[in-house]
Design a protein around this ligand. Structure first.
Ligand code: AMP
Length: 107
């Protein structure tokens, strides 16, 4: 089974920071910034290309709740879509990165 489905089903431990009926958010296991949280839908969808507008809207609502809970108002929100973008887990997720000056987006 998909590793993020396993996390959403609580079969694999993760540091969960937020949960609602549609989404779950947990700390990235290999943080790229002092704050690095992943927000995922509980439903398995590979990436943005496969997600409905309604699901994306639910996830964006969750993102806003997560950053409120984390106490941050400045952050970078990234969703890699496809291998060449850097996507390695093919269950839709949004990275919330913050807690430092993140610099430019790409080299
Ligand atoms: P991406 O490269 O955009 O697909 O991002 C996948 C992210 O999932 C990476 O930042 C990984 O560090 C993270 N990741 C992979 N496995 C786990 C896990 N078991 N718990 C938390 N984060 C994970």
């Amino acid at each position: 089974m998909c590793i993020f489905c396993e996390i959403a089903n609580k079969n694999i431990d993760s540091k969960i920071v937020y949960e609602d009926d549609f989404c779950i958010a947990f700390n990235d296991v290999a943080p790229a910034a002092p704050t690095h949280v992943l927000v995922i839908p509980k439903q398995h969808v590979a990436n943005v290309n496969e997600a409905s507008s309604e699901l994306l809207s639910r996830i964006m609502q969750a993102v806003k709740e997560v950053v409120k809970a984390l106490g941050i108002s400045e952050y970078r929100l990234i969703s890699n879509c496809g291998e060449s973008s850097g996507q390695t887990v093919f269950h839709l997720h949004f990275h919330i990165l913050g807690g430092k000056n993140l610099g430019k987006l790409c080299d």
